[in-house]
Design a binder for this molecule. Structure first.
Ligand code: ZN
Length: 661
């Protein structure tokens, strides 16, 4: 339930009159509460009297800049715009979007400030110092229920001005200006924007913030009084398919096919989600539209129900071609792939170009599920007509926000699994793959792999690669977390202490074979059906060894296991070509920045050859040192377009070795 998070103790150090610092503080309080503001939603402002270089005083509106999140906003996140100019604009009969943005940007007093929120003019026309705007769940639940407007009137009386739904931007600001002129009284503390959200305002940051909490608290109390607050969990999630592995990968493949590019897909089977997807009238309640229009940018207008991607794409195209002719200017269709999948046996899947994007979609849809269920208890969920949602989805200003993100990285939307990921070459591969935009699963027997990174696009799993059942679990977990598998980097291996064949115990031989050879066979076999479903074709990179072509005495098990692995890779290249899977090997030598090469071992080996450590490290044709990141760079190339037409290749990465050349 709504609670004010304001603490006078938090603001004791803010000097009286530092309006912006107070603005930052209470904006973050709003941002912290996900039932008020989600991922870039909502905006806030403060009006400040400032002197310019000629000592002329002028009122400046500091309004949230686009690209900033309320939860983490800083003073630089607010764009300063000349207030009088904004107020004059609100009196114009019309202003196009590009004209409006041009007016906002050319009337800022700090050139480097972000583009002001599209709701800047609306903030300007509210005659209070502080203005707060959220898309509070409780408020949109009520306005999106049958007879929502009547309910809002009954809850708030004269405390708020009620604004019918109008698309955000100039037209909404103009309408609000007129309504404020006609209806604002000394009792008015806010405005409810039907099917959109709520504004509060006041003379101090605290007053405006606490009015927001008060107003939303009232909406929550109303929901409780109508027995529309508690959501019952009707299903036991234990019945659900958590190990859907290949089904998920197949679904991701079809969605990527529809989108035209690979995407990350996250699978959710929490009790709330399972209850929602198993409700009898899912088809009708989940096919109405988002709770507030700007969610469409993340979630699309509708989720896909029960896995028929072709039908979803056909319906999306129909929606586009029905609404496009009504738009002011011509639009180009976006990719028609779903971002939310609701499935009676899978639960929910959320889709995005990165793991973070897919998780934002999940956050938004979890709130949507609550809103829908509560609105149903209030007499029925009523979303805006498709046409209004279309206008936001294809609004140039929203599209501009997405385009600003720029060209996606090389492996955006793709998933890689690396074995032996906790250190050395494996860790360097994890780093390079993450830096290239892939989501990465790192596997190692060393528990350090779990905490290598704390970020949404990394999953660290402890596991013994010689265990068939553990490998199966790892692949299932990979599909569950990211949706499938596109790239497999086989790196785990062991290099035992030297032992001549004459003394070699069979046990040691078998141990090396089990890890360096058998484990890779099993992992390749288990991964094959996943790699076959990789949207851009599966890729396997094998970390071989110089020893394949130039073995050394005392290293029989290692050299034989790597040579056998090399032959395994060549046969796989022949067998899997028809599945679009490429298998390439690289042969590193003398990579010293790994766990096995301690300072002591290095010194001893160098002395053995009568070399200094430096000479020993560069003891190759090019006289260059080969580092883990050099090997990782070749792995990235082998997974990327440079090797798109190559399979079964073996490339040395050793500075040149005269025995190999
Ligand atoms: Zn809004």
């Amino acid at each position: 339930m709504m609670n004010s998070l304001w603490s006078d103790g938090d603001v004791v150090n803010i000097p009286v009159g530092d309006d912006i610092a107070f603005r930052v503080y209470s904006s973050r309080l709003l941002g912290k509460d996900k039932s008020l503001v989600l991922h870039g939603g909502g905006n806030t402002s403060v009006k400040v009297l400032e002197k310019d270089h000629f000592s002329v005083e002028e009122e400046i509106l500091y309004v949230k800049g686009s690209g900033w999140d309320l939860e983490t906003i800083e003073a630089e996140g607010f764009s300063p715009v000349q207030l009088e100019h904004l107020k004059r604009l609100a009196g114009l009969p019309s202003l196009s979007d590009p004209e409006m943005v041009n007016e906002l940007v050319t009337h800022m007093t700090r050139a480097a400030a972000p583009v002001p929120s599209v709701e800047a003019i609306l903030h300007a026309v509210i005659p209070h110092k502080y203005v707060d705007h959220t898309h509070a769940d409780a408020v949109v639940t009520i306005t999106n229920s049958s007879e929502g407007e009547e309910k809002i009137r009954r809850i708030y009386g004269g405390e708020v001005i009620i604004i019918p739904y109008v698309m955000p931007g100039f037209d909404l600001a103009r309408l609000c200006a007129q309504r404020l002129d006609a209806e604002l009284t000394s009792h008015t503390v806010g405005m409810v924007l039907l099917n959109h959200g709520i504004f509060s305002f006041g003379e101090s940051a605290k007053e405006s913030y606490e009015r927001m909490i008060y107003l939303v608290g009232k909406a929550e109390a109303y929901l409780q009084s109508q027995a529309a607050w508690d959501i019952t969990i009707t299903k036991d999630p234990a019945e659900y398919d958590r190990d859907a592995g290949l089904r998920l990968a197949a679904l991701r493949n079809r969605i990527a096919g529809a989108a035209g590019f690979p995407m990350i897909m996250r699978h959710h089977t929490d009790p709330e989600t399972i209850s929602f997807v198993s409700c009898r009238d899912l088809e009708s309640i989940a096919q109405q539209g988002p709770a507030t229009p700007d969610h469409v940018i993340r979630t699309k207008r509708l989720p896909m129900i029960n896995g028929d991607v072709d039908a979803y794409v056909a319906a999306y195209k129909a929606y586009f071609f029905e609404n496009e002719p009504l738009a002011k200017e011509r639009k180009t269709i976006l990719d028609p792939a779903p971002r939310v999948v609701l499935d009676a046996t899978l639960g929910m899947c959320t889709v995005g170009r990165s793991a973070k994007e897919a998780e934002i979609v999940a956050d938004i849809y979890r709130h949507t599920m609550e809103i829908i269920q509560r609105a149903e208890k209030l007499g029925g969920y009523r979303a805006l007509p498709a046409r209004d949602i279309f206008d936001i989805e294809y609004w140039d200003l929203e599209q501009a926000k997405l385009k600003k993100a720029g060209k996606p990285p090389r492996f955006a939307g793709e998933i890689a699994l690396v074995t032996g990921a906790a250190s050395g070459i494996g860790k360097a591969c994890v780093d390079a793959l993450l830096a290239s935009g892939a989501a990465v699963v790192g596997v190692d027997i060393n528990p350090a792999v779990e905490t290598l990174y704390v970020r949404l696009d990394y999953l660290g799993l402890v596991g013994d690669v010689t265990s068939e059942t553990r490998l199966e679990e790892i692949l299932t977990k990979t599909a569950d977390t990211f949706g499938g598998l596109d790239m497999l980097v086989l790196n785990a291996g062991v290099f035992p202490a030297g032992c001549k064949i004459a003394e070699l115990p069979l046990e040691q031989w078998r141990k090396v074979m089990a890890l360096n050879l058998d484990a890779n066979l099993v992992l390749m076999r288990q991964a094959h059906p996943f790699l076959k479903l990789a949207p851009k074709g599966g890729r396997v990179v094998i970390i071989g060894s110089k020893n394949v072509h130039a073995p050394g005495p005392g290293a029989a098990p290692y050299s034989a296991s790597k040579a056998a692995l090399n032959q395994l890779a060549r046969v796989a290249a022949l067998e899997w070509g028809e599945d679009g899977i490429r298998i390439n090997s690289l042969h590193p030598n003398a990579v010293f920045d790994t766990g096995i090469w301690t300072e002591a071992v290095l010194t001893a080996r160098a002395a053995h050859y009568g070399l200094s450590v430096e000479e020993y490290k560069r003891n190759n044709v090019l006289k260059t040192e080969v580092a883990s990141r050099d090997v990782a760079e070749l792995v990235i190339q082998m997974c990327g377009p440079a090797f798109a037409k190559t399979t079964g290749a073996q490339v040395p990465v050793d500075g040149g070795n005269d025995r190999v050349i």
